[in-house]
Write a protein that binds this ligand. Sequence first.
Ligand code: BGC
Length: 980
Amino acid sequence: MSGWNLADVPSAETLTPYALRCEHLDTTQGIGVPVPRLSWRLASDRRGDTQAAFRVTVRGGPADGPAGGAAWDSGWIDGQDVSVDYGGAPLTSFARYAWRVEVRAADGTTRAAESWFGTGVLHADEWAAAWIGHDPETEPPFEPPTDDREPRTVRTSHLPAPRHFRREIRLRPATAIRIACTARGLYELRVNGHRVGDGELTPGWTEYRRRIPYQVYDVTELVGNAALAGGGGPLCVGAVLADGWWSGSLGWDGRQQAQRYGRHPQLLVQLVAEHADGSRTVIGTDGSWRETTGPLRYADLLMGEWYDARLEHDGWDLPGFDDSSWAPARVADTDLSVLVPSAAEPVRVTQDLVPVETVVKDGRTIVDLGQNIAGRVRLTLRGAASGTRVTLRHGEALTAGGDLYTDNLRSAEATDHYVAAGRAEETFEPRFTVHGFRYVELTTHLPGDRTDGRTAGSAGDVEVTGGHAGEIEVTGRAMHSDTPVAGDFTCSDPTVNQLMSNIRWSQRDNFVSVPTDCPQRDERLGWTADAQVFLPTACYNADVAAFFTGWLADLRCAQDAVGGAVPDVVPHVMTERHGTPGWGDAATVVPWHLYRVYGDERVLRDSLPSMRRWVDHVERHNPGLVWRHRVGSHYGDWLQAGVRTSRDVMATAYFALSADLTARAAHVLGDLDTHSHYAGLRARIGEAFAREFVSPDGRITGDTQTGYLLALAHDLVPAGLVPAAVGHLVADLERRGRRLTTGFAGVGLLGPVLSAHGHADLAYALLHDDRYPSWGYSIKRGATTIWERWDGWTEEAGFGPVAMNSFNHYALGSVGAWLYGGVAGLGQRDDSAGFRRPIVRPLVGGLLRWASAEYETPLGRLGSRWEVDGDTLRLEVRVPPGALATVHVPTTDPASVRSSGRPVTGVLTDLASSHPVTGVPTDLTTGRPVTGAPTDLTSSRLAPATDPASAQPSDPPTTGRALVCEAGSGLHSFTATWRP
Ligand code: BGC
């Protein structure tokens, strides 16, 4: 648990499959689709290796183990596909399947790899459980309040205590035991004294009114001999149930902060035991379960958790515990129609952080983790007297006076309390809350002290350390949806590396079941624009295929619920106006980009109706094709710096983009009528845009950077006026002393658009800037995550407006895609999906001496590393098997280019096969071929091009030329003269 690092590609002397996935997930228990997609990646140390054929076999089913039979044998299938849909006998629910893929290289060598998946509930009628909860009628008579209660705040005074549920089961001897579990609320499942699974905040947050995910666990090993063959002993299944998103605080509206979905949490468990004779025993939650409160006094995502260890029930999750004083659970209902298999990786603790500094001040101890995270703290107490209370407050920053700064959390109290049991050593780690913080303030209260702990004489003398000694040990625990790391970018500039680190942390901290805006204040919502502008960056950093596939399903449900527009936040809560430009367009941008990156066209199939509906909605209300009506909350270029981009320009640019992506999606799916309908619409919106917003001198209404960036990126400037529009953009930047003014909608386009139009020097100037407003400015101030607003803190004003000032918001970090795709140059052709035709086009420039990126494509590892050493440029490129990359070797002298010491001149060369292909070097200043040689270049568009959805253009280097060549799989090293 040391961090979030890209794994090495397995070294493979011949073509070898690795990273096997089922439905985009690593080994997983609860597959709920009848035809799961199985996929793998390829590694090979040999140049030019490609897969000639593959064969997938699947074994398993209900009688898993030696008796388990073959479920499917695909036979050898020729071709380079790295995924296949399961094609065997119908899968059985609650079963485990082992699968194996064997690949054959062109030279006939074969290698195999294995993995497994487990199924969930494949047929709705197999559910046999009810929702159960606490029955208020079982509560003791109400007593008048006395003042020996816990000192709670107004916001926490009415928070209910999470409840423990349990049931003992006596089973016939079983060979396997699996449990499906979910909650309207949050659950922690326990079996025979063990915690089940390592997921946090389960079942996660989705569009609960339509979809509640469940998880499946194989508890066979946890149960041990107790219930297995021969044993047949008793089994205890227990669960702790808290409010979570279901009935706990959500969002900022203090008048209606909790109980958004329901008043109380409820639990659903279904246990399936398999017996040696093939029969099954199924036991679901019902009225026979018993429940009571425990050590958790309350647990709330925004407010925090109160845990009184003196109230623990020893052994409650073991068989034989006396639960006669517990109350029977109440059966709430049996509506299971909304249950869906969990489609994404669970939230997990992925890293422990040791404090970097501890300061004692006025009886309080402030611990600095050195990193702004989403997560919680683990406390280890030694020698604390029973009743000693430790209060932990969390914050992202310190005031000038060194106090914890929490004003920007708004109503989120983010405060945990632990009351010690008095054991020699005890640990506390809250389970049903999450905080966004870098600093934690600890206050101790001696037994009986009901003050806030700061009153003279009341502060305990507990010493807090980050090390091993001392009486309280503090460990930061970072948690987030455990999306596998997919990329890595580093370069010679430490500030740019810090920027990438901040981007990655903001991604981790905000991908907590839902792609949220921020992890700390009373918000933490799935803001759709934040997600769509950051998606290209997110995809480089991590494999977010499963994560966003699930979120898109929620988006479609939310869109249904509001009648075709798209709510500003998904899951849909709180916001009442829908269909905001740039926000609602997540409906088209997200599926299209997922398709481009992962090459799985199912996302388009699932989303095309929603894409169409969204575009139709905008068109219906704006028949003139300039988007002015039904603009929802129209946030514009949110949090731009000191300018106001025309909202009409932004809206209409997004309208054009969404129509374009819908047309493209239809084309991929072979729906040509739909394609031509939306392509035609896109063309007409383009005309309307030009008519309305582009003046004859190439100015875009409003004359702001974002206006130009949107128009240029989405091809909305008539060709003849492009140079003029670029000129206005550049002039604006120069006039401002090379400073940006962009907000959420424009910021990610700066690097791509400037470099695509021959102004990479300006893009680099912005990247390296450390004056306000810039990324460097926040880094100079010690930022370890991306700030929500450029003026989150300034010399003049100190902290920005408390009404909205998060220090952990990824939207302005959408520059990350340009670091991977521009600076390091890892992209793909416009007509490529799943990186079948990658482009490696590094952007040598700025203050960088070198830059390096690696990225795990669906095929395997793509990488580039460039370095300027005197007059020489060295470029190393790694191409995954099955891909044919177009490599642009930057050089000021195309004749100097060498590949592995051999000249690569004139015509392009396929570096894997050494076959020449047609083409010529590019002059990167003009974007045109250097000579009049043939330009039938199948490998790459030479003219600067921007993929409108990803905004990751194929960026040419700042100056000079590049020799363009094609490279098959393997490692390629180039040298070239570089004398700009
Ligand atoms: C959120 C944003 C969001 C915005 C809408 C804010 O409160 O934090 O990130 O996109 O509202 O304008």
